[in-house]
Design a protein. Structure first.
Length: 316
């Protein structure tokens, strides 16, 4: 073999190996893709399983709103038959303090009644063997700040103990308060401090791009706290948002998603990437002419995955 031929062979072989590495990296992410049922508001539980499985994703973030009273056994059987894993699941009763406005997650105002309902939601969802169950603190509006924190800490300690006893865990989400007040926690470091106060390994951080992407030091904090992250929800940001439910597909907004993905990977995060968007088509008061919920759901999921995979290849 001449030197020129050898050089060509080595060049072709190196590209082949590179392609293999890229493919393996993509596969490592594909096996961790999930879809939140809240992103698909007009389908049934079973239709979601079919759509998500067909997309190539391997996980489904179950919404309790799509469970049917008395039919949970059938739905558990359908989940097992689909081969999908229950990932970052969403209870109907998700916080010990009220959510504002309360039209999305309605519930009683009294914290004791809210805790009772939240525990019941955890018991119900735990039967689906989820990787984790999303919780938030709720709003501190109307409360003394210290009192609100005490209520939330004590309630989430009890909820965490229950989740662990049932073989699952909780993932606590922050809230940026863009038209919604679901939490008095506003940043990742603040949430980590709160988690330390709750204590135990059964509760961690839910990392939602939408709520965290533009924080100061987000890349450094993401890498630093990656071991505390139990699940990631992905989407993109429109600037400016036209309402509180105006999220975009990854790559269509202004987030530096490759930087977030790189920080998560460097920090050692190996959990689920769950597609979660809200794009009001009028049901919540703002009919966006280009609402993503007007796209056929199979195409919506396909575009979401494609955007995240592209960002993954560009991660820094």
């Amino acid at each position: 073999m001449s030197d020129a031929d050898r050089a060509k062979w080595l060049e072709s072989r190196s590209w082949s190996l590179l392609e293999i590495v890229v493919k393996e990296n993509a596969m490592s992410l594909l096996q961790r893709l999930s879809v939140c049922q809240l992103s698909l508001p007009d389908t049934t539980f079973e239709q979601d399983l079919d759509l998500i499985k067909a997309s190539g994703a391997t996980g489904v973030a179950i919404s309790e709103f799509k469970l049917r009273d008395g039919e949970e056994g059938r739905q558990i059987a359908a989940l097992k038959e689909s081969g999908l894993t229950a990932t970052i699941c969403i209870p109907a009763n998700t916080s010990p303090l009220p959510l504002r406005p309360d039209n999305i997650f309605p519930g009683p105002a009294d914290p004791d009644l809210r805790l009772e309902a939240m525990l019941e939601s955890i018991r119900r969802i735990a039967k689906f063997e989820p990787d984790c169950i999303l919780v938030v603190t709720g709003s501190s509006s109307g409360y003394d700040v210290a009192d609100a924190r005490k209520i939330a800490v004590e309630a989430l300690r009890e909820a965490t103990a229950l989740a662990v006893s049932l073989g699952t865990r909780l993932a606590l989400e922050t809230n940026r308060n863009e038209g919604l007040d679901f939490s008095f926690l506003r940043s990742m470091p603040e949430t980590i401090d709160f988690l330390d106060e709750v204590g135990g390994s059964g509760i961690g951080l839910l990392y939602d791009f939408y709520h965290l992407w533009d924080e100061d030091n987000i890349v450094a904090d993401t890498e630093r706290f990656a071991s505390r992250i139990f699940g990631v929800q992905y989407n993109d940001w429109r600037e400016p948002p036209r309402c509180f439910a105006d999220r975009l597909l990854p790559g269509d907004g202004i987030m530096d998603i490759p930087a977030l993905l790189g920080a998560l990977e460097r920090g050692g995060y190996t959990g689920w990437y769950d597609f979660e968007i809200f794009s009001d088509d009028g049901r919540w008061g703002t009919e966006l002419p280009d609402s993503l919920w007007k796209i056929p759901y199979d195409k919506l999921i396909e575009r979401a995955h494609a955007g995240l995979l592209k960002a993954w290849d560009l991660r820094t």
